[in-house]
Design a protein around this ligand. Structure first.
Ligand SMILES: Nc1ncnc2c1ncn2[C@@H]1O[C@H](COP(=O)(O)OP(=O)(O)OP(=O)(O)O)[C@@H](O)[C@H]1O
Length: 299
């Protein structure tokens, strides 16, 4: 469970993120949408420890990680798939995976799915065909799969994905969304930054909207699907809108977050069939109960 409370962050003393509250339960996908510059990546970086927040709580399973450096946040179970993938151009796929497996967090085998190199290669078979290829020889989709595989090998409980479909062909972006759904089905707690509302609706359990660094909307995907107008109003280029979609926020007036009860929707395992990344649509990390060797095998 990821719990964010009163999170404020920014750069050089200026505040970008204002007092954000957000909960992401295990086994669910929380989408975060917002216009360019709304603060989505800033929120992800503040959670991942890449940006020290000014104040607030970032708790994973009850342990507050706010202000800890990125390597300690990662060791506490937060995996990051950054915007733009950030794979190393000169390292091979095999080297990326071996490196990531060596960074696995302590105690991971006792507290959840145990991702191994063979396990992620089974999940993402395209990578198995590219083990000797360097990062700069991979397509955008292959780089994205590698970034996800790398994050999984650190054994995260919380996975942060910052626009994983950016720059991908529509069918590949859809496969990434399918993978996200399946990872949530395996028990991960997923915070997904998504540019397009329709894509967020396809994959998420809940949708939150950032606008000018404030969380102005948070509700179930079912509620957004039934009435997308409030979210569309905030996302429109016409400017910041009130959460009920009635118009721009007058100067000096604070937007208020609309929240609502969770509506029933299919569980995170109910992703679209036919968009699988391997021949088996389920995700099979090694169960911690059945794992005898905690170390991952190099390919
Ligand atoms: N390293 C930085 N130093 C100073 N300002 C920054 C830095 N990174 C982001 N910002 C500013 O913070 C604000 C929020 O940026 P952020 O990247 O978080 O938005 P975003 O919602 O992720 O946008 P996008 O959808 O375009 O990726 C913007 O005004 C941006 O210019």
């Amino acid at each position: 469970m990821l719990r964010i409370r009163g999170l404020s962050a920014g750069y050089d003393g200026g505040t970008v993120l204002h007092d954000v509250d957000l909960d992401v339960p295990a086994g669910s996908v929380q989408a975060l949408v917002g216009r360019n510059g709304a603060g989505k990546s800033t929120l992800v970086h503040a959670v991942a420890g890449l940006l020290r927040p000014y104040r607030g709580i970032v708790a994973v399973d009850g342990a507050d990680l706010a202000g800890r450096p990125a390597h300690r946040v990662a060791r506490a179970g937060v995996g990051l798939v950054p915007q733009g993938r950030r794979v190393f151009p000169r390292l091979s796929v095999a080297e990326h995976l071996t490196l990531a497996a060596s960074l696995r967090r302590r105690g991971a085998s006792r507290s959840g799915p145990n991702w191994t190199v063979p396990g992620v290669l089974e999940l993402l078979p395209r990578l198995a065909e590219r083990l000797d290829h360097r990062g700069n020889q991979l397509s955008g989709g292959e780089q994205q799969m590698l970034a996800i595989a790398r994050a999984l090998l650190t054994q995260p409980r919380v996975l942060l994905l910052d626009e994983p479909g950016e720059g991908l062909a529509p069918d590949l972006a859809a496969r990434v969304r399918d993978l996200v759904t399946r990872l949530a089905g395996a028990g991960l707690c997923i915070l997904l930054v998504e540019q397009q509302l329709q894509h967020a609706i396809e994959v998420a359990d809940r949708i939150a909207v950032l606008d000018y660094g404030r969380l102005v909307f948070a509700d179930s995907t079912a509620a957004v699907r039934a009435d997308p107008a409030p979210v569309e109003a905030v996302l429109s280029v016409a400017g910041a809108a009130t959460p009920d979609g009635t118009g721009p926020i007058p100067p000096g007036q604070e937007p208020t977050a609309r929240t609502g009860p969770d509506s029933a929707r299919p569980g995170p395992t109910g992703g679209p069939d036919g968009l699988v990344l391997n021949s088996d649509s389920s995700v099979h990390p090694t169960s911690s109960a059945t794992t005898t060797s905690p170390s991952s095998s190099a390919p």
